[in-house]
Design a protein around this ligand. Structure first.
Ligand SMILES: Nc1ncnc2c1ncn2[C@@H]1O[C@H](COP(=O)(O)OP(=O)(O)OP(=O)(O)O)[C@@H](O)[C@H]1O
Ligand SMILES: [Mg+2]
Length: 475
């Protein structure tokens, strides 16, 4: 069994959950972590994740449980991406299931102590202290076990001890018998039903050495991915060296000069049209900048969007269907999301998950008027603000396409934007087609109107770029 001296994370604890490491401020050993939570909230999953991560990193872990059978736990965890059987075969992971016993003295004094002494483990999990101490009648005795015995383990072993604590559903009170004072970190996992949806929330109640500025964050448990914590990041100044984005047409370039990764562009059109041509121009800009687009549409299915684009490339620009297909699939990944299938917080988390797995350069949210119609405006702005900060900080170019619904929403959303294009109908062309002009603005520039002629010139220029690219590309 390896000792803590050989720890390869430089004494820092990595939980295997990136967002949680940040919230706990990358703590150092020794550390006593309490993971408390409602039934089914994810305590076992979190503890197993931390344990598994340690073994993957070359360390060792002992998991003592009073609940799950080994096979059952291993099976559940393997679905979440934790190969506990594989970990066990390295000899550095040990899972022990103990029976519930009223004789706590014997269980702790003999069984647990000798298990712990056996291996100099880097991480020890006890799942759970409620089960272990269920036979203890007096509060004073519970308190003594927790604050004397368990407190001393990480100190003497110079390791990480994780104690799981069960909290009845509906309660937010932790009754830890003094453990709250001696623990280095307390994480509370809870369930909440919001708008009829299950929302998982992780609350950092205590984190020694960390300045806790964020108390509650949403988290998810997903097949194949396990636990993920979604921490909104504090908006940083978007520096000028964070990738410049070139503008694809002269008319717009004269006003905007360029954009930057991390910028938010709001594109607004009349509510009774969807001005789908815009997507063609976004495609052109992606080509100029060699970028990949992730398009999240609240209105259209991915098939419909792809076909629409391919059809336009073919009909308008004369690109062969074959080449149009290749070009579109090379540059664009479309996903259709029904925002009514999620609570607003879940929707934000779902989208961030999507972005993290696709890793595009540009994210286009299409039909943004739809999700914002279903939540109170304050909640919408709060969630939007957090999500945008998260994406901005990671350097994604964000484009929000949506219909103009009302002046208040328009003004609030404009406040978040770095650049705005707002299309307005100005007349009817010869063939009955609508003519548009656009109000355009970018942070640090004076707003301007692009006339219908200027817009047409811009469109022609971008179409030319796409056409040329289609001829040479993806064969
Ligand atoms: N394959 C999976 N995909 C998605 N979610 C899963 C999967 N397996 C388990 N879960 C979720 O993980 C949760 C169970 O987590 P876990 O057993 O870690 O909770 P717990 O807090 O330890 O519960 P208990 O109080 O019963 O011990 C369940 O609510 C379930 O929804
Ligand atoms: Mg459990």
């Amino acid at each position: 069994m390896r000792g803590v001296e050989e720890d390869n994370n430089g004494g820092k604890i990595l939980t295997g959950v990136e967002g949680l490491d940040r919230l706990l401020a990358y703590p150092e050993l020794p550390y006593l972590l309490v993971v408390a939570g409602h039934p089914g909230a994810g305590k076992t999953t979190l503890a197993s994740t931390i344990c598994y991560r340690k073994v993957v990193d070359g360390g060792s872990c002992l998991y003592i449980s009073f609940h799950e059978d080994r096979e059952k736990l291993f099976r559940y965890m393997s679905k979440l991406g934790l190969d506990l059987a594989g970990a066990e075969s390295t000899g550095r992971f040990k899972y022990v299931k103990l029976p519930l016993s009223p004789n706590v003295e014997r269980i702790i004094g003999d069984v647990i102590s000798s298990l712990i002494a056996e291996g100099r483990y880097d991480v020890i999990v006890i799942d759970s202290i409620n089960a272990l101490l269920s036979g203890v009648r007096s509060d004073a005795e519970r308190r003594a076990w927790l604050t004397n015995y368990f407190y001393s383990i990480p100190v003497t072993m110079k390791n990480l001890l994780i104690l799981l604590a069960e909290v009845p559903f509906g309660s937010e009170r932790l009754e830890l018998g003094g453990l709250d004072f001696v623990a280095d970190g307390i994480v509370f996992l809870k369930h909440r039903i919001v708008d009829g949806f299950l929302l998982r929330i992780l609350e950092v109640r205590k984190a020694r050495g960390a300045s806790i500025t964020i108390a509650e964050v949403p988290f998810t448990i997903t097949e194949g991915r396990g636990i993920e914590v979604w921490t909104p990041t504090i908006l940083e100044y978007v520096s000028e060296d964070r990738g410049e984005v070139r503008i694809a047409c002269k008319e717009l370039k004269d006003t905007w000069s360029h954009l930057h990764r991390g910028h938010i562009i709001n594109i607004v059109y009349p509510a009774d049209s969807d001005y789908i041509e815009i997507i063609l121009y976004i495609l052109g800009s992606a080509i100029v900048n060699d970028m990949k687009i992730l398009m999240v549409s609240y209105k259209y299915s991915p098939q419909f969007l792809m076909e629409l684009l391919i059809y336009r490339l073919h009909r308008r620009l004369g690109v062969s269907i074959e080449k149009a297909k290749r070009l579109v699939s090379e540059r664009l990944k479309a996903v259709g999301i029904n925002p009514f299938a999620y609570s607003v917080s879940q929707l934000v988390v779902r989208e961030i998950q999507l972005v993290e797995s696709e890793k595009p350069d540009v994210i286009v949210f299409h039909g943004v008027e739809i999700p914002r119609a279903i939540v109170p405006i304050g909640k919408h702005v709060e969630e939007l603000y957090n999500q945008m900060n998260y994406l901005k900080q990671r350097g994604y170019l964000i484009i929000r396409l949506g219909a103009y619904t009302d002046p208040l929403i328009y003004r609030l959303e404009s406040g978040l934007a770095d650049a705005i294009v707002r299309f307005k109908r100005v007349g009817v062309g010869e063939n009955g087609a609508m003519e548009y002009e656009a109000y355009i603005w970018r942070r640090g520039t004076a707003p301007r109107i692009l006339s219908s002629d200027a817009l047409n010139r811009c469109a022609a220029e971008i179409e030319e770029i796409i056409k040329k690219y289609a001829e040479s590309c993806c064969v």
